[in-house]
Write a protein that binds this ligand. Sequence first.
Ligand SMILES: Cc1cc2nc3c(=O)[nH]c(=O)nc-3n(C[C@H](O)[C@H](O)[C@H](O)COP(=O)(O)OP(=O)(O)OC[C@H]3O[C@@H](n4cnc5c(N)ncnc54)[C@H](O)[C@@H]3O)c2cc1C
Length: 498
Amino acid sequence: MSLQVVWLKRDLRIRDHAPLCEAAARGPCLVLYVYEPEVFQAPEFDPSHLVFINECLAELDHRLRERAGRVTFRVGRMPDVLEELHRAHRIADLWSHEETGTAVTYARDRRVAAWAQERGVRWHEIPQNGVIRRLRSRDGWSRRWLERMNRPVVAPPEALRPVAGVDPGRPQSPADLCLPPSEKREAQRGGESVAHEVLYSFLHERGVSYRDALSSPVTAAEGCSRLSSYLAWGAISLRQVHQATEARRAALRQARAAGRAVDARWARSLSAFSGRLRWHCHFIQKLEDEPRIEFENMSRAYDGLRENEFDPNRFAAWCTGQTGYPLVDACMRCLHRTGWINFRMRAMLASFAAYHLWLHWRPTAVFLARHFLDFEPGIHFAQFQMQSGVTGINTVRIYSPIKQVRDQDPRGAFIRRYVPELRDVPDEYVAEPHKMPLAVQHACGCGIGRDYPPPIVDHAAAYQEARRRMYAIRRTADARTEAQRVYRKHGSRQRPGR
Ligand SMILES: Cc1cc2nc3c(=O)[nH]c(=O)nc-3n(C[C@H](O)[C@H](O)[C@H](O)COP(=O)(O)OP(=O)(O)OC[C@H]3O[C@@H](n4cnc5c(N)ncnc54)[C@H](O)[C@@H]3O)c2cc1C
C-alpha cells in the first residue's frame, strides 16, 4: 500500500485539481488540510479568511465523501504533521499545487521539501495558474500563460481509495484556534459551487456592464465579477474562469454572426475582463521571481523615502476610516464590513496612505491584506508598491479623494451608506463636508469636528509635496538604472520599446 497524501493549500475545490487526480489514481489517498499556527497568527491573516476557508472545505469534504473519501484536518506546524502521519502510515507521495505565498509559507515549503527528501517521500508540486517557477526571462511569458490556460480542465476523480485507521480530525473555527470571531458580517460565502454560480451570473447577466461599472464603488459590487476571493483560496481555478470566458465570448460572436441581437457592451466588457485574468498571474509572477518584494521596495532607489516618517496617528485614522475624506473613509469602512472593494478604490486607499499621509506601504499593505477577503500576496504587495510609486517603472498616480467623489460617487450614495454621519449632508458638500457653513452643519445634523473629522491633511498641499519628493528621486541616474533593472525583471512586454 503506497499512501498518497494530497496537501490542500489555496486550492479548495474538487474540479481542476491535478494533485488530487494524480494521487487518487495511484493508491489510497489522504486529503489533508492543516491549520498552521504560523499562518493563522501572521499579521496578514484575518478570522474572515478562516470562515471562508472552512466554507470551501465543508463543500470539498462533502464532494469527497460522495467518492468514498474525505478531508482529514490537522492543527500544527509543517512538516511535523506530515512526520506524525508518516510514522503511522508511511507516506509514499505528497501532492500539492505550487504556491506563491508569503515569506512564512515559502520558508514552510522549504522545510517540507527538506523533510520529504530526508524521508524519501516524493513531493510533486503542480502549477495551478499561469505563474512560471524558475522563470529566466519575461520574454514570451504571455504565450506560455495562454498555453497553460488552454490546457484541458482536469475532471474530478470518480472514487478515492480510503485510508483505514486515520483520525479525520475536524474543521477548526476561529474560537477553536483562539482567534476572535470574524467581524465581516457581509462577506462573500465560500465554496466551489458558489464560485461557479458567481462566474455564471457574471458571464451571462451581470458582466454586460462590466466596463462601465468597474470604477465606481456604487456599481462595482454588482458589475465586477466578484471572483477574487474564490480565485485566491482556489475554490475555482483561473483556467476554469479563462475557458468559461472564452467559451462565452465565442458563443456571443456566433450569435451575432447568426444575426441575433447581442448587446454590444458584452464584447468590450469580456475583453476587458479577459485581460485582467492575465494580470492576475502577471502580478503574482513578480513575487514568485523576487520574494523580497513582500518587504522591500521593488526599486531600491526609493529606499529611505518613507521609512523614518511613519505617523501612527495618521495610520490609525486611515485604518478606522476617520481621515475626514468621505470616500476614503467609506471605502475603509466598507472593507471592514464586507472584505471587498473595487480596484480603483483600492488604488485610491493605497495612494492616499502613501502620498497624502506619507505612510510606508508595508504596514498599510499588511493592514489591508487582513481586510481583503481575497488577499493574494503576489497581487497585493506588487499593487501596493505600484500605487505607492516605488516600483520605478509605473507612472506616479496620486488619486485625488475629492475628484474621485465627483467622478465615482457624485450623489454620495456609497459614502452615505458607509459613513452614516454624512447621511443628510447636501450633495454639493459630500466630497468636502468641512466646507459646509455652520448653518448647513446644523441643518443637516453633522458637525465637523464633532460628528465627522475635518480633513487630516490638506489635499492640495499634500499632493504638491508628494509630487515634489517623488520626482526628486525619479529624475536621478540611480532611479533610472533601477527602473531598467526592474523592467527587465518584471515588466510586462505588452508595450514593446519601453
Ligand atoms: C492596492 C491593491 C491591492 C490589491 N490586492 C489584491 C489582492 O490581495 N487580491 C486580489 O485578488 N486582487 C487584489 N487587487 C487587484 C484588484 O483590485 C482585485 O483583483 C479586484 O478588485 C477583485 O475584484 P473582482 O474579482 O470583482 O475583479 P474583476 O475586475 O472582476 O477581475 C477579475 C479577476 O482579475 C484579476 N484582477 C483584476 N484586476 C486586477 C489587477 N489590477 N491586478 C491583478 N489582478 C487583477 C483578479 O484575479 C480578479 O478576481 C489589488 C489592487 C490594489 C490596487
